[in-house]
Write a new protein. Structure first.
Length: 645
C-alpha cells in the first residue's frame, strides 16, 4: 500500500456516476489530507488499482456485475491489509454480518446530509493510520528479528510466559532442532532460578517500575541438562502484544575466561618481578601450560649470534620434539612468524611450505612472537588443536612477556650504565683531587713567590708571568667545575629567567658592557647550574668582544658606547642569549662547544663546553647562530616553560 507523506489517497466506487464524484468531493472538503478519485464500477476500480497506489477504498454494495462484497474479496486477494469501507444505503444486519465475515474494515450506512461525509472521512483516516502503524511495527519487528538472528547471544521472546521467538543461538544453546521446537513452550520451563538460593524468575526481573533487569538463572536444555547462565530481560512489544525479551549468556565459558584472566594477572605480576631473561622465559612456559593449556611449549630468545635459542621448555614439549633446536634465519615457519610479529596458528604444519621436517610428529603449532626478544611456540600432535580462545589468551601472555623482557633489558642497560658512570665518577674524583690539591698548591706557591719578586724587582717579564698564572688559576677552576658537576642536575625549581640573568650580571666582571633583558618568562631549572650557564655566556661575550681590536677601535669612536650589549629574550619553547660582538665564524659553530675551543689567547676553552653540558643535563637543545647585529646568538629549546607565564 503506497502513500506520499501524510496524504491519504482514496478510491470511491459507486455505480451512480454523480454520487461517486460527490463522495470524492466531500471527502476532500472534510479532510484536506485526502485525495479522492471516483469510479462507477468494481471493474473500473480494479483497473484503477492496477495503475495507481491507493491507501483506502470506499465502495457501494449494490452494483451491477460485481457487487461490493465480491469487489472486497478480489481486493483482499491482492492486498490483505488494504482498508476497505463499505458505504451503502442498504442497512440490513445480514449484510453487515456478511461484510464483517468477508473482512471489511468498516461498514457505514448512507444517510442524508453532508455530516455523513465527515464521519466517513474520520473512519478513513483512522483505518489508514492503523494500517500504516501496523506496517511500521511489522517492519521494525522484521529488522529486530534480523538483528537478533545474527547476534551470538541466545535470545528468547515470550508473551504471557510462552516463547514466541528464538534466535539461532538459542536453538543451539537449548539443543533444539529449530526455532519452532522452542516456540510455544513455557519460558519458566526453560529458564529457571539458580539452585544456589536465587528465587527471581525472568518475570520478576522486569518490574513495573523498571524496563530491564539482570539475574543469574539455570538453563535447562531440551535434553534435560542444566547450564549456569546470566539473563538480561526487558519489556518488548511483539506482534502488538506486551512481552519480555530475555538475552541469555552461557556463564560456563565466562567463568573459565575469568579464571584464565585472573591466573594471567598473577603470572604478569611474576613476570614484572623477574630480573633476568631466562626467568621470564621460565614463568612464560609454565603460564602457557598451566593457564592456557598449551602443554607442549618452548620459549626461544634471540642470542648474540642473531639466532632464536631455546631457553625454557615444558617436559611435554621435550617428549614431543626431543631436543629443542636453535632456530636460525631461514625458511622456517617460526622464523617467518618471528619476523612478521603476528601471532599465528598453523592447523597442520606438514602442509606448510616452510616446514623444515615434513615427517615431524607435530601437526599443529601456535606461534606467539615476543617482539624483538624472541618467540613462544606451542605444539600439538593433533591437527587444528588451537582455537580462538587459545590465541587470544596466548597473545595476552606474549604481550606481558614482551614487556617483562623489555624491562629486564632496560634494567641491564641501566646497571651497565650505572657501573660505567660509577667508574667514570671515580676517575673524575681522582682527577679533581689532583687538580685541586696537587696542582693548586704549587700554583699558590708560585703566585706567592711572584708577589715577593714584584716587591723587590721591576721587570717587564713579571706581568707576563702573572698573566700566565692567572690563566692557570682560571683553567683549574673550569676543570674542577666540569669534573665535579658533570651532566647532572639537582632539584628542579621554578626560576624567573630575568632574575637569574640579573644576579649573574652582578657577579661577572662585565666592564662597560650593557645588558638588555626582554622577558618575564619563568622556567623549570636547577638554579645553581642555570646561573653557571648564564655566567659563562656573559663572560664569553664580554671577553671575546673586549679582545676584538676592530671593535675596540670602533668603541673609541662611539664616545663611550658599550663595548658589547648582551640581550636575553624568550623564544618559542625556550630562551636566547645574544650579543652584538664579533660573533663566531659559521665554520667554527659545530666545534665551539668542544672542550679546549677558544678564539682568545688567554681563554681556557671550557666555558662553552660547560654551557653545553648544563643544557644537556636539563634535556635542552642549544644552537649557536648569528644575532641580528652579526654577533653570537645562543638559542635554548626544549625548555620546560611554566604555562601562562
Amino acid at each position: 500500500m503506497g502513500h506520499v507523506a501524510s496524504g491519504v489517497t482514496v478510491l470511491c466506487v459507486d455505480d451512480e456516476p454523480s454520487y461517486a464524484d460527490l463522495i470524492a468531493t466531500h471527502l476532500e472538503r472534510k479532510d484536506t489530507a485526502i485525495d479522492a478519485t471516483g469510479v462507477t464500477s468494481a471493474t473500473d476500480g480494479l483497473s484503477y488499482l492496477d495503475e495507481h497506489d491507493v491507501d483506502c477504498i470506499v465502495s457501494d454494495y449494490d452494483m451491477p456485475g460485481i457487487d461490493g462484497l465480491e469487489f472486497l474479496e478480489t481486493v483482499r486477494a491482492r492486498d490483505p491489509d488494504m482498508p476497505f469501507l463499505l458505504f451503502t444505503s442498504q442497512g440490513s444486519e445480514s449484510l453487515a454480518s456478511e461484510a464483517v465475515t468477508a473482512g471489511v474494515t468498516d461498514y457505514i450506512q448512507k444517510t442524508h446530509g453532508s455530516q455523513q461525509y465527515a464521519v466517513l472521512a474520520h473512519r478513513i483516516r483512522n483505518a489508514v493510520e492503523r494500517v500504516r502503524a501496523k506496517a511500521t511495527a511489522d517492519a521494525a519487528q522484521e529488522r529486530t528479528k534480523r538483528i537478533l538472528d545474527a547476534t551470538s547471544d541466545s535470545v528468547l521472546i515470550s508473551v504471557a510466559d510462552t516463547v514466541v521467538y528464538a534466535n539461532p543461538a538459542a536453538v543451539d544453546l537449548f539443543g533444539a532442532a529449530n526455532s519452532d521446537d522452542l516456540c510455544g513452550r513455557p519460558l519458566t520451563g526453560l529458564v529457571e532460578p539458580t539452585t544456589d538460593g536465587g528465587t527471581d524468575t525472568v518475570e520478576h526481573v522486569v518490574k513495573d517500575d523498571q524496563t530491564a533487569g539482570y539475574v543469574e538463572q539455570t538453563i535447562r536444555t531440551l535434553a534435560g541438562n542444566t547450564i549456569r547462565a546470566s539473563v538480561t530481560a526487558c519489556d518488548v512489544t511483539w506482534d502488538s502484544e506486551d512481552g519480555t525479551v530475555s538475552v541469555i549468556s552461557d556463564r560456563s565459558d565466562i567463568d573459565e575466561r575469568e579464571h584464565r584472566l585472573e591466573a594471567l594477572h598473577e603470572a604478569t605480576r611474576q613476570l614484572m618481578a623477574a630480573e633476568v631473561r631466562n626467568e621470564v622465559a621460565g614463568i612464560g612456559v609454565n603460564a602457557a601450560a598451566d593457564i592456557i593449556g598449551l602443554d607442549a611449549n618452548a620459549v626461544h630468545l634471540i642470542n648474540d649470534d642473531g639466532e632464536l635459542e631455546p631457553v625454557a621448555a615444558t617436559a611435554a614439549a621435550r617428549e614431543l620434539v626431543g631436543d629443542i633446536p636453535t632456530l636460525r634465519p631461514s625458511d622456517s615457519i617460526a622464523w617467518r612468524v618471528y619476523e612478521s610479529g603476528e601471532a599465528t596458528a598453523v592447523p597442520d604444519v606438514r602442509l606448510d611450505s616452510d616446514v623444515q621436517n615434513p615427517e615431524t610428529p607435530i601437526r599443529s603449532e601456535l606461534y606467539l612472537p615476543l617482539g624483538k626478544h624472541g618467540i613462544l611456540i606451542a605444539a600439538s600432535a593433533t591437527v587444528d588443536a588451537f582455537n580462538e580462545a587459545d590465541i587470544v589468551a596466548g597473545r595476552i601472555l606474549a604481550a606481558n612477556m614482551e614487556v617483562a623482557l623489555a624491562a629486564v633489558e632496560r634494567d641491564r642497560q641501566l646497571r651497565d650504565r650505572e657501573q660505567e658512570l660509577s667508574t667514570q665518577n671515580d676517575r673524575l674524583e681522582q682527577f679533581a683531587t689532583v687538580v685541586s690539591h696537587d696542582l693548586r698548591n704549587p700554583l699558590n706557591v708560585a703566585i706567592g713567590r711572584l708577589e715577593a719578586v714584584k716587591e723587590e724587582h721591576d721587570d717587564e717579564n713579571i706581568a707576563a708571568i702573572e698573566q700566565a698564572l692567572d690563566r692557570m688559576q682560571t683553567l683549574i677552576d673550569d676543570l674542577l667545575l666540569l669534573a665535579r658537576t658533570g651532566d647532572s642536575v639537582a632539584e628542579m625549581e621554578t626560576v624567573a629567567l630575568a632574575t637569574a640573568v640579573t644576579d649573574c650580571w652582578e657577579v661577572v666582571d662585565t666592564g662597560d658592557a650593557a645588558l638588555v633583558v626582554d622577558t618575564d618568562r619563568k622556567i623549570q631549572a636547577d638554579m645553581t647550574r642555570l646561573k653557571q650557564l648564564l655566567e659563562n655566556l656573559i663572560r664569553n661575550a664580554v671577553e671575546h668582544s673586549a679582545t676584538d681590536s676592530q671593535l675596540q677601535s670602533e668603541g673609541a669612536d662611539r664616545h663611550g658606547s658599550p663595548a658589547v650589549t648582551i640581550t636575553v629574550t624568550e623564544i618559542p619553547d625556550g630562551f636566547a642569549v645574544s650579543d652584538d660582538g664579533p660573533g663566531v665564524p659559521e665554520s667554527d659553530r659545530e666545534t665551539v662547544f668542544e672542550s679546549g675551543y677558544s678564539t682568545t689567547t688567554d681563554g681556557t676553552g671550557f666555558g662553552l663546553s660547560i654551557v653545553s653540558q648544563i643544557a644537556a643535563a636539563h634535556d635542552w637543545t642549544v644552537t649557536l647562530t648569528e644575532s641580528d647585529t652579526g654577533g653570537a646568538r645562543f638559542e635554548f629549546t626544549g625548555v620546560d616553560v611554566i604555562a601562562g607565564e
